[in-house]
Design a protein around this ligand. Structure first.
Ligand SMILES: Cc1cc2nc3c(=O)[nH]c(=O)nc-3n(C[C@H](O)[C@H](O)[C@H](O)COP(=O)(O)OP(=O)(O)OC[C@H]3O[C@@H](n4cnc5c(N)ncnc54)[C@H](O)[C@@H]3O)c2cc1C
Length: 431
């Protein structure tokens, strides 16, 4: 089994650890490591932003990445937990299947998708990843392997979905796919002049199961919160089932170096926002699934644009009744701060499954904001936390690097096993 001591960060490049990471290739090797270490945390592809997949000792699942079985008739995948969604696409798409729920990135592992209970742009209709999860195998601290599903070890199943790796190591999983007839989406783009218009678009447009908006966080007064809302649905086509579908993998560009810190400043963010708003092609277009679901995957290492100091993503969800005025208030706080977000994504969420106690989305709206890491950004986060907490909201732990413990509405003392311990858990236990 390969093992290294190295500097490791997650996607935000903050914080960094100098620690041991091992790459078991078999379940037996993985068990030996689990039994040997006093503390460790599972790590998928490190695409969470903050400190969730970091620890003094990390166990990578990237070499446990086999597709164990694929039922092409019923669309059920059985795979090891370290396989990437991108790798699965190569197997499932030719047979006419796609994911019911996918985040805006395909380079994540199935284990990571379960441990964060990821959501997509269709949460009101499809819920989180756990909705489509049939079962998984979990290795506990004593090396025992338990099969967990909604009927077998059900409580452990729900503690693990969104449980950030604290209950054990997910070894393999079975989940249900969705049939598709083609690789194109019908997209409708709406430019909205302010935040009220953005919300109105979300609430009035029907029969578009996917929706997400970009918000201009710098626009002031009547234009405050203006944005572009992107709706989409799968384009139904006549399909000859004997002809395999081809996933439209796009050419990937690379950001080869860290940009100088300060590249993303008030001036460049304003120019970027101006272009995004004014150049948005409104109306309806056809767009391939890769471009629609995974636009950021087309630029490898785009996180380097934030410079070596890295960045933090602040993603929060507010209850429906507090979403509009809450986000309006939050934008005011941001406009008066020296720290401005470069990227901002608004999504609508439906009711969570009652058992999904650790899933992030609640019925309402979530906003994800990327801030360069500066000396002042942490005091901005404190102010945002106070507002979000006061309005009954919560933050997404898989993105978090610095919020206070209560914000995830998860009690780190209340569940999990002492052995499975990450920086995130340590930080939440401290504050
Ligand atoms: C560009 C971008 C866009 C994104 N968009 C979305 C989005 O739209 N919706 C969304 O929900 N998320 C989104 N995310 C977040 C991402 O989907 C999650 O953080 C996901 O968990 C990352 O998976 P990973 O394999 O990289 O896991 P890691 O980042 O390595 O780990 C994430 C968590 O999962 C745990 N974990 C990983 N593997 C296992 C395992 N085998 N057993 C037990 N625990 C495990 C880790 O301990 C850690 O707590 C996005 C991230 C990026 C970078």
């Amino acid at each position: 089994m390969s093992k290294y001591k190295m500097r490791i960060t997650n996607w935000g490049n903050y914080p960094a650890v100098h620690a041991e990471i091992c790459f078991p290739e078999t379940v037996n090797a993985l068990r030996t490591e689990v039994l040997r270490q006093e503390r460790l945390i599972a790590r998928g592809n490190g695409k969470c932003y903050g400190d969730a997949a970091l620890g003094t000792c990390m166990l990578s699942t990237l070499k446990l990445n086999k597709l164990l079985d694929f039922d092409r008739v019923n669309g059920i995948v059985h795979c090891e937990s370290g396989i990437l969604l991108a790798e699965l696409l190569e197997h499932i798409v030719p047979a006419g299947w796609f994911f019911h729920v996918t985040p805006g990135i395909k380079n994540i592992t199935v284990g990571g998708a379960i441990a964060s209970d990821v959501h997509g742009k269709n949460h009101p209709e499809k819920g989180c990843f756990s909705n489509w999860l049939l079962s998984f195998e979990l290795m506990r601290a004593d090396g025992e392997i338990l099969c967990c599903s909604k009927t077998e070890n059900a409580s452990l199943f729900w503690q693990t979905c969104g449980g950030m790796g604290w209950t054990g190591i997910i070894l393999s999983a079975k989940f249900q796919l969705m049939p598709v007839s083609g690789m194109y989406m019908q997209q409708r783009t709406v430019r909205a002049e302010n935040l009220d218009a953005v919300f109105e678009a979300f609430q009035t447009v029907e029969n578009w199961p996917y929706a997400a908006a970009w918000i201009d966080c710098l626009a002031k007064e009547q234009r405050s919160g203006r944005g572009v809302v992107y709706f989409a649905r799968h384009l139904e086509t006549e399909r000859n089932p004997t002809v395999p579908l081809a996933y439209p993998f796009a050419k990937v560009r690379n950001i080869p170096f860290f940009a100088p810190s300060g590249l993303l400043n008030r001036f460049t963010i304003r120019a970027h926002n101006y272009l995004l708003f004014n150049k948005a092609a409104t109306g309806e277009q056809q767009i391939d699934v890769d471009r629609y679901f995974y636009p950021l995957d087309r630029m490898r290492n785009w996180n380097r644009l934030y410079g070596r100091r890295g960045f933090i993503q602040y993603q929060f969800c507010l209850p429906e009744e507090n979403s509009l005025h809450g986000i309006r208030e939050l934008l005011k706080i941001i406009r008066h701060s020296p720290d401005l977000p470069f990227l901002s994504v608004l999504k609508r969420h439906g009711d969570p499954a009652p058992e999904a106690v650790h899933s992030f989305p609640i019925r309402g709206y979530s906003l994800a904001l990327d801030f360069p890491r500066t000396a002042t950004v942490f005091s901005l986060v404190e102010k945002l936390d106070a507002l979000v907490w006061g309005l009954g909201g919560k933050i997404y732990l898989t993105k978090d690097a610095c919020s206070s413990a209560k914000m995830g509405r998860i009690d780190p003392t209340g569940f999990g096993e002492a052995k499975f311990h990450s920086l995130l858990k340590e930080r939440l236990l401290k504050n």
